[in-house]
Design a binder for this molecule. Structure first.
Ligand code: UDP
Ligand code: MG
Length: 315
């Protein structure tokens, strides 16, 4: 068909019934202003509220709204992945469904894209209505990731970004299971730039990222892009071996020349054993984090399961 979309907007949806109509309204307003054909790809990540119904209503009213329905909740990053797999636009924009990412910023991104940038990410200049805890952990997270990973992931950016078709085609070949999409888009290279924005409060509903999920997400990011935790055992080993060599000399000296009663007690032995036991368990745990992810890869399951996809076959 001739109306091959120039732009695809992908929004992952998990229990966003209160946001979908407004999201559609604002995307439509913004994208119609470009005067080019566009599509909105809504990925229903196993919502348990009325999101699916509303998505079907939007699709029935406007064929530019396309739907991917997951068989269950697979998580935000996999919903975005499915969107990237199905989207057909020359430029693809990933946006949250809760309107924390202002759709109007897409126009600025498109401008940069037309200047020749293949990835335009949105940088959070300010966050509104977020608890100090979320803000603090998010800031800390981005800075830790930045320091310990091998790639330059821009600070304070989420998944809200525009990606050129060429970069999307590269991204969709990367089928790793534990995904950190903003890291993956940095890794592929291409010409990248950022535009600043103020992150709004959620339009409706609550965050689906409790601390537990954020922690798993942080681990995915770190294990996906850094070997530093694995090297921890070696560094700890050198440090402890060095210290014990010094300690051994000190003990010999004390016993020979000071005739002291130092280092006779059980407590000393116990503390040393427990300390080393602790270090060993931590190291095992770190190896476990990587091993579990390797096991996930080896199983080769599909990344997500689609129950139904609507609106993609006309083209
Ligand atoms: N989301 C999803 N699956 C999930 C959790 C979240 O598709 O399991 C979507 C959610 O609907 C929203 C986006 O991912 O569009 C970001 O989630 P949220 O707003 O809860 O995260 P926060 O902005 O608080 O970090
Ligand atoms: Mg949000």
């Amino acid at each position: 068909m001739s109306d091959h979309p120039r732009f695809s907007i992908i929004a992952p949806v998990f229990n966003e019934e209160g946001n979908l109509p407004e999201l559609y309204r604002r995307i439509k307003e913004t994208m119609d202003a470009t005067g080019e054909p566009w599509e909105l790809v809504l990925v229903n990540d196993g919502s348990r509220d009325r999101s699916a119904e509303i998505m079907h209503e939007l699709h029935a009213a406007d064929a530019r709204v396309k739907i991917i329905e997951f068989a269950k909740n697979f998580g935000h990053q996999l919903a975005v992945t499915a969107g990237l797999d199905y989207a057909r636009g020359d430029a693809v924009v990933i946006i949250d469904a809760d309107l924390q990412d202002p759709p109007s910023l897409i126009l600025d991104m498109i401008e940069k894209w037309k200047e020749g940038f293949e990835v335009v990410y949105a940088v959070r200049a300010q966050r509104k209505g977020e608890t100090w805890f979320k803000e603090f952990t998010a800031k800390l997270f981005y800075r830790i990731i930045y320091r310990i990973t091998d790639i330059d992931i821009p600070l304070d950016t989420g998944d809200f970004r525009l990606i050129d078709r060429r970069a999307v085609d590269t991204l969709t070949t990367m089928r790793e299971r534990n995904r950190f999409i903003r890291g993956m888009t940095s890794w592929i290279g291409f010409r990248q730039t950022g535009v600043e924005y103020v992150r709004e409060e959620r339009f409706a509903g609550e965050t689906h990222y409790p601390f537990r999920k954020m922690f798993k997400f942080a681990l995915d990011a770190i294990t996906g892009f850094s070997y530093l935790p694995l090297q921890f055992a070696m560094y700890a080993g050198f440090a402890i071996a060095g210290l014990s060599a010094v300690a051994a000399l000190a003990v010999i000296y004390a016993r020979l020349f000071l005739a002291s009663q130092a280092f006779f007690g059980q407590a000393t032995t116990l503390v040393a054993v427990l300390f080393l036991g602790g270090i060993q368990l931590i190291t095992l745990g770190i190896i476990g984090e990587y091993l579990g992810r390797i096991y996930d890869e080896v199983k080769h399951r599909p990344l997500y399961v689609v129950r139904e996809a609507r609106g993609f076959d006309e083209g």
